[in-house]
Design a protein around this ligand. Structure first.
Ligand SMILES: C[S@@+](CC[C@H](N)C(=O)[O-])C[C@H]1O[C@@H](n2cnc3c(N)ncnc32)[C@H](O)[C@@H]1O
Length: 397
């Protein structure tokens, strides 16, 4: 009996190979049918996961993203103690897809992205930043809270940790130590935790860059909203010359240290990505860093922004109306410096009340009844009484 089973399993591995060849040759339907058959009948857990994962890949390649998500989902939620290589891979895909589809698909059991506020202090006074509207006290993330977050996220395959919210993280006295800690714990999961920093670049001297690179930081986003002259007006307190020197110094330092996997992303907010000003900016930075990207600025009532003609434009009073449809948020979890959970970046003061990490883990907050309730309300576009949503700049008409 055992022999017969072993033979079947060996045969099924052969069928998987046959399916792979068919898919490679473009015989998608036949390949998919064989994969499905093997996944349904095999007694070999690894083979079952592999076939199911491959089916998900095919669906993704055909642009059937929701179907691919549903195919990966059960693998991604296999028990952590028995998860195999393909279950882990499926989990990464689930986290990635949920990041873009958000509540349009069933949430995974852990947030794909956790964004932590290292500090809400800042050394700049950017004219467009919602930080000006923040009502809560200033403060820094404590070491114990940081460790709790780092430990929980590093145990979760596919979670990405972002080290910023409404302040400048490099102002935190222990930031370098936090990076060192993350580097130590990130390999606890078979798929190492990915983490990155978004910074205004003002404090990223060569010395600091060397320490951070030596500690393990490899993903750095620089918020640089204009070239010399423009930047100083849109980000008062900043000097373009200093930041450019810092970014070039960072790249050179990485070169000196033999680091070839550094990902530097320059991000510029703009009103019109086709303007001459935006084009000049991209031309200046393209080729120097791994990625330059333009992001649409959110115009916040009472604040200002850099217009396409280079002038600072005030944003006047707006007509507020509750969003008429699901806003698209809900794919990440934010944690303020004091440990309060927040639903999205418009939940500036944690008004949506998801509790504090002192009292519940990230997993508990993500799967809480409060979160479930919020998700239901977002999907139904029932924003009544949700003050943060009613004030959200995305809900302006
Ligand atoms: C608030 S900053 C804090 C992190 C860091 N101090 C920095 O400057 O990157 C985080 C990100 O929010 C972006 N941001 C600020 N105001 C914005 C707005 N009105 N619309 C869209 N993004 C905005 C910034 O450009 C930056 O990339």
């Amino acid at each position: 009996m055992t022999q017969a089973l072993d033979h079947d399993v060996a045969g099924d591995w052969g069928v998987h190979q046959q399916a792979t060849r068919l898919l490679e040759s473009g015989a998608i339907q036949e390949g998919v049918r064989l994969l499905g058959d093997v996944a349904d009948r095999t007694t070999d857990g690894l083979l079952r996961s592999m076939c199911t994962y491959n089916l998900g890949e095919v669906l993704e390649s055909l642009g059937q993203i929701d179907e691919a998500y549903q195919t990966y989902y059960p693998l991604a939620h296999a028990s952590p103690t028995t998860r195999n290589e393909f279950d882990h891979r499926a989990r990464v895909r689930v986290m990635d897809i949920f990041s873009t589809r958000a509540l349009r698909v069933t949430p995974p059991d852990f947030p794909p992205k956790v964004q932590i506020e290292i500090t809400n202090r800042c050394n700049l006074r950017c004219v467009m930043c919602t930080r000006h509207q923040m009502q809560r006290p200033l403060g820094d993330l404590g070491w114990e809270t940081f460790q709790r977050i780092a430990d929980e996220c590093s145990a979760e395959t596919g979670c990405v940790l972002s080290l910023y919210f409404l302040g400048e993280s490099l102002l935190h006295a222990n930031f370098d130590q936090m990076v060192r800690y993350l580097e130590r714990v990130r390999h606890r999961s078979p798929v190492p935790l990915v983490y990155g920093l978004q910074t205004n670049g003002t404090l990223l001297t060569r010395r600091r860059a060397r320490v951070l690179l030596a500690s393990g930081l490899r993903e750095i986003g620089i918020s640089l909203d204009g070239l010399s002259g423009d930047l100083e007006r849109v980000r008062p307190g900043a000097s373009y010359e200093v930041i450019e020197r810092n970014v070039l110094g960072l790249l050179e330092t990485a070169g000196e240290m033999g680091i070839d996997d550094l990902l530097v992303d320059i991000c510029k907010l703009c009103d019109d990505p086709h303007s001459a000003e935006a084009r000049r900016f991209v031309e200046h930075w393209q080729g120097k860093v791994r990625n330059v990207h333009l992001m649409h600025i959110t115009k916040v009532e009472g604040l200002s922004y850099l217009g396409a003609d280079g002038s600072i434009q005030p944003v006047g009073p707006k007509q507020h109306s509750p969003p008429r449809a699901y806003c698209g948020e809900g794919s990440r979890l934010l944690i303020h410096w004091n440990g309060d959970f927040a639903f999205c970046c418009s939940d500036i003061d944690g008004e949506l009340k998801l509790g504090n990490i002192r009292d519940r883990s990230i997993r508990e907050a993500w799967n809480s009844s409060e979160m479930e309730d919020l998700r239901g309300r977002m999907l139904a576009a029932d924003y009544a009484g949700l003050s943060a949503c009613l004030r959200c700049p995305h809900s302006y008409s």
